[in-house]
Design a protein around this ligand. Structure first.
Ligand code: CMP
Length: 133
């Protein structure tokens, strides 16, 4: 089934000029980038975006981090895009990510893991709407 999902290239990857490499990786793996923009969000916006994690001990650091520099947001579209994107990203912790995944290739740590992707079709709709109203 053709789906859409949201992907975010996080500040650590934007800072290292990985935007084009990551975008090419998605396109080569049959996830089409149908909308994209570079933005810098506020602490309030990142706190809202990550509110599902508000009870987690890493929440404040996570929100500070996402608002610390420019990010690139993308709507990806393709067959089973939500699951496919998560496979291409690899495990949250780059140390545990499989070879050939984005987080294995580019992630620096569990916090600076270079990329975010929606974890379900329902959250993809919410996250797409957050950035592309
Ligand atoms: P992301 O896919 O953007 O979703 C939430 C983020 O929280 C996650 O990537 C990680 O970068 C970050 N994070 C920090 N610590 C943890 C942790 N212990 N478990 C899961 N995610 C964490």
């Amino acid at each position: 089934m053709t789906e859409q999902t949201l992907s975010i290239i996080k500040p650590d990857a934007v800072e290292r000029n990985l935007e084009n490499d990551i975008k090419n990786f998605f396109e080569k793996n049959n996830l089409k980038i149908i909308k994209t923009k570079k933005v810098k969000i506020s602490k309030e916006e990142s706190s809202d975006f990550y509110k599902v994690h508000q009870t987690k001990p890493f929440y404040i650091d996570l929100c500070n981090y996402l608002s610390s520099g420019p990010i690139v947001v993308m709507i990806l579209e393709g067959e089973n895009a939500v699951k496919k994107n998560r496979q291409l990203m690899g495990a949250t912790d780059p140390k545990k990510a499989e070879e050939g995944t984005l987080r294995k290739m580019y992630g620096l740590s569990i916090d600076k893991n270079s990329i975010h992707g929606s974890d379900s079709i329902e959250n993809a709709k919410i996250e797409i709407n957050f950035f592309f109203k």
